[in-house]
Design a binder for this molecule. Structure first.
Ligand code: HEM
Length: 299
């Protein structure tokens, strides 16, 4: 069978999203814009967790909002959204999407998901995509999840998820607690209605962002959801169900529009502060290797 290592996955990304006329474009989450904000750690979180970075009163944070996929001109009415954060100077980098799960639990599934979408002789095999989406449980679950998701009217009304499970050092026990995190918009999640979807153009997120931050910061609470005993921690395709203990880590306040300068940068999810350990699932390391390859191809 095929070996889906980082180079193979990067090659597939270029086959799917590459542009011979623009070889240096970002190959996934291509359409995006940049902003600046501050992260204010919560006092209770720095008492509970042994993460020295959280002892700071505030941490300057670079923000990149994006759409999933390699199309620089994708419609903002597409559902897949991203938010990448760089706290301090790569002190803590978080790369999230608006879905708590993804479509693949291992490199083979990830590679196959890309492969079936690559045009052959200029033709995308929609039948094969449909068939395979039904056959592979991870693809089917993700498609089903995304069907139930709306198109939000603003990045200020979108919740962003870590998807992977990270490990956070408990101050009292010095043990690492498995948890998923998310950035919950304080203004709530709001979807466009059918009527609004019809009359809205394809480019509204960036303008909406500029209008908002001219008046007030866009605010998110960063929340950890601690794993319960039987929650899957090494499978990014599985939702967690039921009640979970939550820890509010702090608040992100996004204040300043910064144009498109950060679009060429890379956000490496492996940049973690002392007190946070990386995920153990079969995709996280591969993911970081792929980002290194695609970033170096942009230079
Ligand atoms: C093995 C799994 C994954 C692979 C191979 C992969 C691949 C990629 C690649 C090639 C890029 C472009 C990087 C660059 O050149 O700058 C990218 C960007 C991105 N990915 Fe992934 N990805 C994976 C998993 C995920 C997951 C689980 C999430 C969400 C939790 C995610 C969210 C994003 C976002 C938001 C960006 C844009 C970052 C930015 O703003 O620059 N990816 N991904």
């Amino acid at each position: 069978g095929q070996i889906y290592n980082a180079q193979k996955i990067a090659d597939l990304f270029y086959k799917l999203n590459g542009d011979a006329k623009n070889p240096h474009k970002k190959i996934n989450h291509t359409k995006g814009f940049c902003a600046l904000g501050v992260f204010i750690p919560d006092e209770k979180a720095s008492a509970r967790l042994d993460i020295p970075l959280l002892d700071k009163a505030s941490i300057p944070t670079e923000v990149r909002y994006s759409l999933s996929g390699g199309n620089l001109h994708a419609s903002d009415k597409s559902k897949g959204r991203g938010m990448a954060l760089r706290m301090g100077k790569d002190d803590w980098v978080m790369v999230m999407t608006n879905a708590p799960i993804n479509f693949a639990k291992n490199p083979e599934e990830f590679g196959r998901y890309l492969e079936i979408r690559i045009p052959k002789n200029g033709h995308v095999d929609q039948e094969k995509i449909k068939r395979t989406t039904q056959e592979v449980a991870s693809f089917r679950n993700f498609a089903h999840y995304m069907q139930g998701v709306g198109v939000t009217d603003s990045v200020a009304h979108t919740r962003y998820y870590s998807t992977h499970t990270f490990y956070f050092k408990d101050k009292q026990t010095q043990r690492f607690l498995p948890a998923r995190f998310s950035f919950v918009p304080v203004a709530g999640v709001h979807d466009l209605t059918h009527a609004e979807l019809k009359r809205t153009g394809n480019d509204f997120l960036e303008r909406d962002f500029k209008d908002r931050v001219a008046k007030a910061p866009i605010v998110y609470n960063m929340v950890l959801e601690l794993a319960n005993k039987n929650d899957p921690t090494n499978d990014t395709t599985k939702l967690w169900h039921g009640k979970h203990e939550e820890i509010k880590v702090g608040q992100l306040r996004v204040q300043t529009y910064k144009g498109h300068g950060c679009n060429g940068e890379v956000f490496m999810p492996s940049m973690l502060p002392s007190g946070v350990e990386p995920p153990k699932d079969p995709l996280f390391e591969l993911r970081n290797e792929v980002y290194s390859i695609t970033f170096s191809k942009r230079q």
